[in-house]
Design a protein around this ligand. Structure first.
Ligand SMILES: O=C(O)C[C@H]1C=CC(=O)O1
Length: 92
């Protein structure tokens, strides 16, 4: 199943810079692991924002929730999920 996911990151100023850098490095490693496995086939930066639009390819709502909730930045993100279905006019 495909899901369009919008993530907006907001790390509070109260989080020390070294801790924020550690969380971002862990997030990068985890996201690249998911990209390599095919579960996170698209990751796009929103121009001018600390936000992204992503496409996840996972088996179920539960798998997506489990995957997203393990993101190191999860406590600092607003996440919006849109399930995608095949468009009847799509040639792919
Ligand atoms: O930077 C972001 O948009 C948040 C998150 C998604 C992948 C990653 O490495 O960080």
């Amino acid at each position: 199943m495909l899901y369009l996911v919008h993530m907006v990151v907001n790390i509070p100023a109260s989080v020390p810079a070294e801790e924020a850098a550690r969380i971002k490095a862990a997030e990068k490693a985890y996201s690249q692991q998911l990209q390599e496995s095919g579960q996170w086939p698209h990751l796009w930066r929103v121009v001018g924002e600390y936000a992204n639009y992503s496409v996840f390819d996972v088996a179920s709502n539960d798998e997506l929730h489990n995957t997203l909730s393990q993101l190191p930045l999860f406590p600092y993100m607003q996440i919006t999920v849109t399930p995608l279905a095949k468009h009847p006019s799509s040639i792919r």
